[in-house]
Write a protein of this length. Structure first.
Length: 252
């Protein structure tokens, strides 16, 4: 499924302005957005999700146009069939693990009761993500890795056409990151959902990148067919990673 993004968005706050100009496309399973903090990666992902409206441009996932300024198309976030896992996972602290997973199936946010079919589906998803034994626990009582699995289950239970991940491993210790990277590869393969991931970590690029989109100062500077480079030339791959290591980590 091809993802096509070409958008422009200007933000003004307290006398400062920031302009995002993002343009890339990919048919690969993993698209990695890489670059310094404040370079426009999260704003791009929010625009894809429908949480930010670009000033102009176009966003399409497969054959479906989600945003097109020229044709006055802007599909509401709730109708975009997109799963989004935020950097802090954004679990509801007053809901149990099972209730957080089930929240993804609610037709209305205030809906409390699920059908028998949906209740069975929640149990199945908790089994897939190995969190069923945590069903009655609250987010404050579980680990970072467990919270991540709950957030992924909630995002995927509605069978989205695209999964957005905002630095999914940044809050985890280095030893746990390796294990969960393997877990994410298995999840992507099982659900066959394309992923757009934000990261600052070159290890995430090595593990996942098939298309690598590099941001700097609100613009896409490079789009690399990383999967092809990985297969064809390890030296070329190392050269790309070396260039990325030289990028500043923050843009004021």
């Amino acid at each position: 499924m091809e993802i096509r993004v070409s958008i422009r968005k200007k933000l003004v706050s307290r006398g400062r302005s920031f302009t995002l100009e993002s343009s890339f496309s990919s048919e690969e399973k993993f698209v990695i957005l890489f670059g310094p903090s404040g370079s426009g990666k999260t704003l791009t992902v929010k625009a894809i999700a429908g949480l930010e409206k670009p000033d102009s441009g176009r966003i399409a996932v497969g054959n479906r146009v989600l945003f097109d300024s020229e044709n006055n198309i802007s599909i509401p976030a709730r109708h975009r069939d997109i799963g989004y896992v935020f950097q802090d996972y954004a679990l509801f602290p007053h809901l149990t693990v099972a209730e957080n997973v089930a929240f993804g199936l609610r037709k209305k946010w205030w809906q409390c009761h699920l059908s028998k079919k949906d209740r069975i589906l929640v149990q199945e998803f908790m089994d897939v993500f190995e969190i069923r034994y945590l069903a009655h626990s609250f987010p404050r009582d579980i680990s970072g890795g467990q919270r991540q699995r709950v957030a992924l289950a909630r995002a995927l239970i509605r069978n989205p056409k695209l999964l957005l991940l905002d630095e999914p491993f940044s809050a985890l210790d280095p030893l746990l990151r390796g294990k969960l990277r393997s877990g994410l590869l298995e999840i992507q393969s099982r659900f066959c959902v394309p992923v757009v991931m934000i990261t600052h970590d070159p290890d995430d690029i090595s593990a996942f990148a098939e298309t690598l989109v590099v941001y700097e100062a609100g613009q896409v500077r490079h789009v690399w067919p990383f999967f092809k480079q990985r297969e064809e030339n390890e030296k070329s791959l190392d050269a790309v990673l070396s260039k990325l290591e030289l990028l500043p980590h923050h843009i004021p």
